[in-house]
Write a protein of this length. Sequence first.
Length: 262
Amino acid sequence: MTTTYSSRVPAAAAPAGIAAARATDLSKVYGQGETKVVALDRVSVEFRKAEFTAIMGPSGSGKSTLMHCMAGLDSVSSGSALIGDTELTKLKDKKLTKLRRDRIGFIFQAYNLLPTLNALENITLPLDIAGRKTEQAWLDRVIETVGLSGRLKHRPSQLSGGQQQRVAVARALASRPEIIFGDEPTGNLDSRAGAEVLGFLRNSVRELGQTIVMVTHDPVAASYADRVVFLADGRIVDDMSGPTAESVLERMKNLDARVRTN
Ligand SMILES: Nc1ncnc2c1ncn2[C@@H]1O[C@H](COP(=O)(O)OP(=O)(O)OP(=O)(O)O)[C@@H](O)[C@H]1O
Ligand SMILES: [Mg+2]
């Protein structure tokens, strides 16, 4: 039997209805009165399964807020946010915590590693907390690819910033969550380590069907993604498939110009 899709399904050809995460008319307002800030203004966006999406935009455009609202780390002011078929805004705290733990992986700028645990213990911590068994072959592969094999017994304070970031990446991948959200996951790495981690993230999408959404300021980092969503002033202003560093840079320049003239 022939199959309709090649192993690399182009982003645009992905069948409808298989979004890993979705926001509909999502707004987020911080504060009130004079300090009121509309961080997100009726954003609708879908992140398809097994796709690597980068989110870009000027500082303060709402990238982190969008990610936090879609990952259930922050409440929304109006609209909806779904992980798979689960509406986050309807969940009580306990269920939300469980959903974050079981179904979402996080990679943040501040690595959130526990100082008293060594690298390996930090990587497997979410699995241990969830009482899930480690898939050893997968774990070995993750550890080797992020280049931590010789550092597993080291505590975070004994690791460089880049190595700590790689522990955080390995930790997010270890449980094979439905979706991984990263806020500048390679922001603190030198270009070689950054390229390795980005290559690994991309491979985990291509070969293992992992879904990844990553905020970045770096057009080169964004070029590893299948798609780039551009935010400005809390709104989605552009959506690009098959980005290259050059095409992203060009789009960013236009965006900056647009923001300046507003
Ligand atoms: N807790 C908060 N209270 C009040 N305002 C906030 C809060 N968090 C974010 N904001 C505001 O919301 C807007 C969007 O912030 P956000 O952190 O999402 O931007 P960003 O695109 O991630 O920026 P950066 O690239 O600098 O990280 C900004 O104007 C910011 O000042
Ligand atoms: Mg941010």
